[in-house]
Ligand binder design. Sequence first.
Ligand code: AMP
Ligand code: GLY
Length: 427
Amino acid sequence: MNILLIGSGGREHALAWAIANSPLTDTLFCSPGNAGIAREAEIVALDLDDAAAIVNFCKVNAIGLVVVGPEAPLVAGLADRLRDAGITTFGPGAAAARLEGSKGFTKDICAKYNIPTGAYGRFGNETDALSYLAEHDAPIVVKADGLAAGKGVTVAMTMSDAEAAVREIFAGRFGAAGAEVVIEEYLVGEEASFFAICDGTTAVAFGSAQDHKCVGEGDTGPNTGGMGAYSPAPVMDETVSRRTMDEIIKPTLAAMAAEGAAFQGVLFAGLMITDTGPQLIEYNVRFGDPECQVLMMRLKDDIVTIMLAACSGTLDKVSVRWHDTTALTVVMATQGYPGDVEKGSVIGNLDAASAMDGVQVFHAGTKRDGDDIMANGGRVLNITAEADSVGNAQKLAYAAVDTVDWPQGFCRRDIGWRAVEREKGSA
Ligand code: AMP
Ligand code: GLY
């Protein structure tokens, strides 16, 4: 069948790579795409805000499946518009995408359905938010309710930081995304990303990963979209994974169905594994980026078959198996990220890195200019390696990183440190 993939990041390159390898795929189209995705798919220029134009493209090109990568079009209701037009689409509609689009909505669902998460308050004005703070102690976490590109969260170590964050949000720093504020209990433990593919009623566990959000080594410096990841996350052992499915994912799926907003697509739970078990930090309604890259490396079964089963409500009939390996991805970013970056530097030797056994180079912000591949944003490449241990995957990924010739780029040198230490400890 013909498939249309929406998105342009490293996540979408990994999805494009997996979808292009499916025996079910005839032609894969992608919009907006990037220079790496162009190797797997035919790039098409579509206006992602113009659902009617996307529907029309799907009809003209006999698209049998649309896969929506990022959250913004899902929260805006693109999947609803496509399904209304009879087009099979992987991803939640707007009502279910509120799990990512509104942190307050998710906290209310957790409270109503007894899903483990930190205590919280939800406020529509500064005075009420500040009085709540006055009754609590630091550390405490302040969040803009809506989509803020990962920048709307302040983990406040002092009450004055918390108050400043509240004032900043109500002063309009995040626009409409900051019309409400959620203040929540600071959870202590190890963080992990957990994924489930859902068809509205059935949820199938779809692997775990750990991200590295800080820009600097040793988890220092400002937060980013993610500087590297590995899968599986050792902290998500069988017991913790089962508890996450039973206590968090399945109750959420049942809750959403009961609320008339059945969830279909990828449910990505950001978890804190605390002393008493897994607690939900937040939901995303799409794959993680860069977590998707490591999941796609390890997936043994066909991604298109799994996505189609999610669309048709038949997930109970598919298998999801993984290679018994660790995959690790290192993000190479343009110097200056997560601040302003200069676009247009040329990246050399990419083919040599891609040709290494066990390595895939997924592109994020890249652009082709003649024979050159150029940096076209902050996060630019995801150098991804698969091996029999996290230590070996780390070595292989950095060997590939060192093959790339790109003086204007940088990466963290310690991706996977937590799992490598754990592995050494148990050796
Ligand atoms: P988010 O954008 O909601 O994923 O938050 C960004 C980061 O802030 C998370 O990855 C956590 O490291 C941290 N964080 C968010 N909420 C909490 C919480 N309730 N307790 C501790 N850390 C948190
Ligand atoms: N890597 C975190 C995210 O995709 O939200």
